[in-house]
Design a protein around this ligand. Structure first.
Ligand code: BG6
Ligand code: MG
Length: 220
């Protein structure tokens, strides 16, 4: 894929723009303790990018508890997790934007790229407000309107629709394997941030390294 044809960027939020993946993890850890599922690094990583109810199902399944809770009890557990998560994110300020991301967003805007958000989080508008970044994005894919969680490409297909661009003119930015698979499945250019994102077209160890120049460099 040629970088020159890219006209818009779709961003994941949690773990890309702010370190909220840590807060999701903390809040889910409490649920795992409650239901008796051992909290492991593998489970924590596997939950990244996955919707609220699908995350709960994964936690229950990891401990062999998938048949132990009624639908009402599951909704209660997910609500408890979200209440705890909301307490954690309410402390966010613009100083919590991950290193280099504000500069990257400014660089993209100055260069004329259109930006949208492709986060699975129903709390994304709130988090963007706390970070004072809401004005950077021309649209936010509403995760409540989606039928499938990442790694399904649906959210990135919708992001391209919001951008009014064909897939091959869109780049997606993600910190999780499920997200990279979703971008690739949508036929867009995938930019991965973090370790073990082997399928990403372009990959960085840290948000601090992400810039237009460095993306172009990797694409040769
Ligand atoms: C994703 C996170 O962005 O949003 C997941 O990576 C999270 O960890 C998902 O479960 C859904 O978030 P929320 O805020 O709607 O529960
Ligand atoms: Mg993420």
């Amino acid at each position: 894929m040629q970088f020159e044809q890219i006209k818009g960027f779709a961003f994941d939020l949690d773990g890309v723009i702010a370190d909220t993946a840590r807060f999701h993890g903390q809040a889910w850890h409490q649920v795992a303790d409650k239901v008796g599922t051992p909290w492991t690094r593998g489970l924590a990583d596997g939950l990244k990018g996955v919707s609220r109810m699908d995350s709960l199902e994964m936690i229950l399944k990891a401990g062999g508890h998938e048949n132990d809770y009624s639908q009402d009890e599951k909704v209660k557990l997910a609500t408890e997790k979200n209440d705890n998560y909301l307490k954690l994110v309410a402390t966010l300020t613009p100083s919590d934007i991950l290193p280099g991301m504000k500069a990257f967003l400014d660089e993209l805007k100055a260069a004329g790229y259109s930006l949208v958000l492709a986060s699975a989080s129903k709390n994304a508008p709130k988090v963007l407000k706390y970070l004072q970044l809401a004005d950077y994005f021309e649209g936010i894919v509403d995760p409540a309107s989606l039928s499938h969680s990442k790694p399904d490409p649906e959210i990135y297909v919708r992001a391209a629709e919001l951008l009014q661009l064909p897939a091959d003119q869109v780049a997606g930015v993600e910190d999780a394997q499920a997200g990279i698979q979703a971008i690739n499945g949508a036929g867009e250019l995938s930019v991965g941030i973090g370790a073990n994102l082997h399928d990403a077209d372009v990959r960085f160890d840290s948000t601090a390294d992400v810039s237009l120049t460095n993306i172009k460099k990797q694409l040769g």
